[in-house]
Design a protein around this ligand. Structure first.
Ligand SMILES: Cc1cc2nc3c(=O)[nH]c(=O)nc-3n(C[C@H](O)[C@H](O)[C@H](O)COP(=O)(O)OP(=O)(O)OC[C@H]3O[C@@H](n4cnc5c(N)ncnc54)[C@H](O)[C@@H]3O)c2cc1C
Length: 413
């Protein structure tokens, strides 16, 4: 394979795909295929919902991040032919050929076959999902007459988040703060109701007691009810049914948001390569797919044996793998030996409402307004490209990161 002419095809422009493209640019004819025209820094999707950050901060367009060294093709990859070395893209008659293929398509929401969940809940993985949820909150508020009885206002402004993992509690606290603020601004009677529903015994399962304590306090401060050991049995257009200790309850809700699971992208489900029981692609320590030296996989779809369980399924793992992926592609093209790498925990941060956050670093956790500040700083450093980081850092520093209140509808975002 002559180096400069090698066709490097990357499917997916998230943490794995975009950061690989940035590092491998110029090593061959690089093409990135993505359904979206932008990257998404998912850890701050909650701040986008609350208006603390804007779309351009966390979802820069590929054309702003990648130079002419990478060709971007917008479209959904529908199938991969590993023998012919081509992929099909929806709406394009011609298949895209490759010499080296990078699989980085990430996960999709997993509804666990709960009745009505896929049809009636809102997912929370993309900008459009946050827009839809914000609109749903504004719509619910608009429907409450100023002279409503407090219990009617509360019923009309009931929202639920299914799953009390990090994502569920981050989202619920943000929603709690936004809705309470809107009640105060509109002088509505009573309080909104935000529930977070968790099947397991504890909120934020898998996290330490110290952080759980911080999260519990934050839920309380944002007025969020935590329902543990509670199973969602059914979701309908107007609400949902839960079961706790054998007792079932129907709850009316303006929206139910589903954060209770991630499964492997359907594109990977249909791919005939070695996988784990959960359907993750088994990759060699070099990120090569077993039995396919010219195919590398990373991020949420790949099982990397050396990564600790707490790193699995995280943006920081995808980002670290991308750098290995790019250097191994270059080695492959040069005929050099490919390498393995040990990935490290870089610390993590959680958003907990519009005024609060928690930072976990070196096995310790701290919360409060300072943690919120630290989180913004930490995440500025993890955004793609120096240029974008500088622009965003300056914007947050000079223009601030205050939330944008939920507005009466008719006001466009
Ligand atoms: C709301 C939210 C908050 C999160 N917060 C954190 C956090 O705080 N910390 C953390 O470490 N992790 C967090 N994560 C997890 C993190 O986002 C993922 O681990 C990470 O994005 C995985 O990277 P990836 O490259 O595998 O996939 P993704 O980043 O999901 O990228 C996949 C890309 O592939 C594209 N794609 C998918 N299918 C196709 C197709 N058929 N054809 C073309 N393109 C396709 C998608 O549009 C997307 O651009 C969060 C996730 C979500 C949803």
């Amino acid at each position: 394979m002559a180096h400069r002419q090698a066709r490097i095809l990357i499917i997916g422009g998230g943490f794995g795909g975009l950061f690989t493209a940035l590092d491998v640019a110029g090593a061959g004819e690089v093409t990135l295929v993505s359904e979206e025209d932008h990257f998404l820094f998912t850890p701050m999707l909650y701040e986008y919902l609350s208006g603390e950050v804007e779309a351009w901060h966390i979802a820069p367009r590929y054309k702003e991040l990648l130079d002419e060294g990478v060709r971007v093709v917008r479209g959904e990859v529908t199938d991969i032919d590993l023998k012919e070395r081509t992929v099909g893209v929806s709406g394009r008659a011609a298949r895209l050929p490759y010499d080296v293929l990078v699989l980085a398509v990430g996960g999709v929401t997993h509804y666990w076959d709960v009745e009505g969940a896929e049809e009636h809940t809102l997912p929370f993985r993309k900008l459009a999902h946050a827009d839809a949820l914000r609109r749903r909150m504004e719509l619910a508020l608009d429907r409450i007459p100023p002279d409503a009885a407090p219990e009617d206002a509360r019923r009309a402004a009931t929202f639920a988040v299914v799953g009390a993992g990090a994502s569920g509690v981050e989202l619920a606290t943000k929603m709690g703060d936004l809705l309470r603020d809107a009640f105060a601004r509109r002088a509505l009677p009573g309080e909104p109701r935000v529930m977070v529903v968790e099947m397991g015994k504890e909120i934020v399962p898998g996290m330490g007691d110290e952080i759980r304590g911080i999260v519990r306090d934050a839920l309380k401060a944002s007025g969020v009810e935590a329902h543990t050991e509670t199973r969602v049995r059914r979701v309908t257009k107007d609400g949902f049914n839960i079961e706790h200790e054998g007792r079932q309850t129907d709850v009316e809700a303006a929206a139910v948001v589903w954060t209770a699971g991630v499964r492997v992208n359907p594109l990977i489900e249909g791919l005939d390569v070695e996988k784990t029981e959960r359907g993750l692609i088994l990759v060699e320590p070099t990120l090569q797919v077993r039995g396919h030296k010219n195919v590398l996989a990373l991020g949420d779809i790949a099982f990397y044996k050396d990564a600790t369980p707490t790193l699995a399924g995280t943006a920081q793992l995808g980002q670290q793998e991308a750098s290995l992926c790019a250097s191994n592609i270059k080695a492959l093209l040069d005929g050099r030996r490919l390498h393995a790498r040990h990935f490290v925990e870089l610390g993590e941060a959680m958003s907990l409402g519009t005024e609060n956050a928690a930072v976990l670093a070196g096995g310790r956790a701290f919360g409060g307004a300072l943690a919120r500040q630290a989180r913004f700083t930490l995440y500025t450093a993890r955004l793609p490209t120096w240029h974008h980081r500088l622009k965003v850092g300056a914007s947050w520093f000079f223009e601030g990161t205050d939330p944008r209140p939920l507005k009466p509808l008719g006001y466009s975002r």
